[in-house]
Design a protein around this ligand. Structure first.
Ligand SMILES: [Fe+2]
Length: 326
């Protein structure tokens, strides 16, 4: 990493409509999701605020844009199509890297009617590609570090983790999204994904990469009821304790959360971002997104973070003068 790398983190924009969903809304768990949308969520998530966020991201001009899921409400195919257009407005598939949230896996759905609409945003680059400077030369001549589905096909749960590289920035996408019973919104990574994650983080750490782990569900041990939590959070925190990461990003809470978990050499920051489309139904839920800038020197990595929040008066995102990292 020879120069500053800038990346943005957005999540949980839920800026789709269920109008016209038809009979599909009356099947299984979608009934409760439709009720939730009709009674509350449709008033809390404003596509115009997402548009303002996207405009602000373009003005900032980050190298990469990381999105931690929940772009839909109940995983209708029409929602995947709408969100695909929103992703295209945000950036190219090379710029934007996405992991799915629990709402994007609300009920079991065929890939071609759901995640395939986002295939190029969800896929990794196997760690053998990339377009940055510095460590890229080394990574270009190494075998792929992670499996990747064919072009046009979204990764499936069993394919994760996904890996993308940009210079010395390693972005590791996890999938905690599984269909869950009604009134439950938890996630799980599973033993195989955790095993591959540990191998990947170990290799990338040895190569001196800045490792950003992306996951929809919160990672810290506290603050999440069991019905909404990551079921194998203890196991993930065990991986981080053994091999570390420089940063973990998540969504799901629709609130900013800053926690640290132990790593082998230093604590690992775990940062949750609010929704990027929330009207501010509660003061701590108003729309925000985060911008990170990382540089590397002989002394190690330096990470700066900026909070960008929606200003309802000007209808624009502005810098929020609050510290994100301690
Ligand atoms: Fe969400």
């Amino acid at each position: 990493m020879s120069a500053e790398i800038c990346f943005a983190h957005l999540s949980d924009w839920h800026a789709t409509s269920l109008k016209g969903g038809g009979a599909a809304l009356l099947r299984g768990k979608r009934i409760s999701g439709f009720a939730s949308w009709a009674l509350s969520r449709r008033r809390y998530h404003d596509p115009a605020i997402l548009d303002a966020a996207i405009e602000d991201v373009h003005a900032i001009g980050p190298d990469r844009i990381l999105v931690t899921g929940d772009l839909t409400h109940v995983s209708l195919e029409s929602e995947f199509r709408t969100a695909a257009r929103q992703l295209a407005s945000l950036g190219t598939a090379e710029q934007v890297f996405l992991v799915p949230g629990n709402h994007d896996c609300y009920v079991p759905a065929r890939s071609e009617r759901s995640w395939d609409h986002w295939a190029e945003y969800l896929r990794g680059d196997s760690g053998a590609e990339g377009d940055g400077e510095g460590e890229r030369g080394t990574l270009d001549v190494t075998p792929p570090l992670a499996s990747n589905p064919p072009a046009g096909h979204a990764p499936r749960y069993a394919d994760y983790p996904m890996l993308r590289m940009h210079g010395g920035l390693a972005m590791i996408g996890l999938c905690s999204a599984i269909p869950t019973p009604i009134f439950r919104a938890g996630g799980v990574l599973g033993g195989k994904q955790l095993e591959r994650l540990e191998d990947l983080l170990g290799i990338l750490g040895e190569r001196g990469c800045f490792r950003v782990v992306m996951i929809h569900h919160p990672v810290a041990a506290k603050g999440e009821p069991a019905r909404r939590a990551l079921l194998d959070g203890d196991e993930l925190r065990g991986v981080l304790a053994r091999v570390g990461a420089e940063l973990v990003l998540h969504g799901h809470k629709h609130r900013r959360r800053v926690n640290y978990v132990p790593g082998p050499d230093a604590d690992v920051p775990i940062i949750g971002v609010p929704s990027s489309s929330e009207v501010g139904s509660k003061p701590d839920k108003a729309a925000q997104y985060h911008v990170y800038r990382v540089t590397k020197s002989d002394a190690g990595f330096a990470l700066n973070a900026e909070v960008r929040g929606y200003d309802a008066v000007t209808k624009r995102f502005v810098r929020v003068d609050e510290s994100l990292l301690g």
